[in-house]
Design a protein around this ligand. Structure first.
Ligand code: ADP
Ligand code: MG
Length: 318
């Protein structure tokens, strides 16, 4: 782990339009080597455009991107050698094995035979792909393909990884495992910039930015954003029997409580959830209901995004 943090990425006032429509609007961002930065935004908010510009594969109309002091527009080779870019679309060949894919990208990068011989097994081990290295990629799961793509992005001297919606399509366990792997890469000194529309991906970050219409509208740690929004925890109840009387009783507990019926549980949204829990338990017990469980659940980052931007993150930007 690196002891001190250096600035890896500086993006100044990036502007980009497609067909007169402004997609990035004076976008600025600074990222240090210790950062795990997650940028959350709905579809169409400009995330992929931003990533391709930062990675030097798409020209900007105006602005400046510096990677470890190298200008991506004027000193492209030096800047790009420190970047690992995993775009949104799957890019490894399904018809090669994992190891062959890594060898192919090592050749493209100009790694020597001895460098590749050393680096490829290291990366396969780091990604937990050793046992599957000689299988065709078409037999890989979504999570394995993403890990392989991260491995290709780390073949060179990447000091920053750009990941565009890497966990989309992964099941919850594969997503968790993949995020933990990214966390350990970050802890070994590689900065991470991940864009997503999935709140769970952002819980792991030390910095989260909310992106809307080509700019960051709020930024902070997940905790700070939760505090800024003022969105409270919900109370989740599992009570039997689920009768109309139960709903009436819960609805009457306090004026500021909203009762939401879910399949498996009942959710209560209240101003002071922690104070309400003992009150609810007492009332339900007295009325003869069987409380199987009661817990408070912190708001998700999707809830916070909606509360701060008035835009649902699962939606589309018009
Ligand atoms: P996100 O990744 O957040 O979904 P994108 O950066 O892909 O957003 O797209 C932002 C906007 O720019 C969308 O309205 C999209 O249709 C438009 N756009 C993206 N790429 C192009 C392109 N190559 N040509 C024209 N319009 C584009
Ligand atoms: Mg995108």
């Amino acid at each position: 782990m690196k002891s001190s943090s250096t600035i890896v990425l500086e993006a100044h006032e990036i502007t980009k339009s497609y067909n007169e429509k402004r997609v990035l609007d004076n976008f600025s961002l600074e990222i240090s080597s210790s950062d795990f930065f997650v940028l959350m935004g709905p579809n169409g908010s400009g995330k992929s455009t931003l990533m391709s510009i930062l990675a030097g594969t798409n020209p900007m109309d105006r602005g400046k991107v510096m990677i470890l002091g190298h200008d991506i527009s004027h000193d492209e080779l030096k800047a790009r050698q420190h970047i690992g870019y995993v775009p949104q679309q799957h890019f490894c060949s399904d018809f090669l094995t994992g190891r062959e894919n890594l060898q192919y990208f090592a050749d493209l990068l100009g790694l020597s035979k001895s460098q590749a011989k050393k680096r490829i097994p290291q990366l396969l081990q780091m990604m937990g792909l050793e046992d599957d290295a000689d299988r065709n990629v078409r037999e890989y799961s979504g999570g394995m393909k993403k890990k392989l793509e991260v491995a290709t992005a780390l073949l060179g001297d990447a000091q920053i990884l750009f990941l565009d919606e890497p966990s989309t399509g992964l099941d919850p366990n594969a997503r968790k495992e993949f995020l933990m792997l990214l966390k350990s890469i970050n802890e070994q000194g590689t900065a991470i910039l991940l864009v997503t529309h999935i709140g769970e991906d952002a819980e792991i970050a030390n910095r989260v930015g909310f992106m809307l219409e080509g700019r960051i509208v709020a930024e902070g740690t997940p905790q700070k954003l939760k505090e800024m929004s003022g969105v409270k925890s919900s109370i989740i109840l599992d009570v039997i029997p689920r009768t109309d009387e139960l709903l009436l009783l819960l609805g009457g507990i306090s004026n500021d409580c909203i009762v939401i019926e879910r399949n498996e549980s009942i959710e209560l949204s209240c101003e002071e959830p922690n104070e309400m829990v003992p009150l609810i338990m007492d009332k339900l017990q007295r009325s003869g209901f069987n409380m199987r469980s009661i817990e408070t659940q912190p708001p998700s980052l999707e809830d916070i995004f909606y509360s701060l931007t008035a835009c649902p993150i699962g939606g589309e930007v018009a």
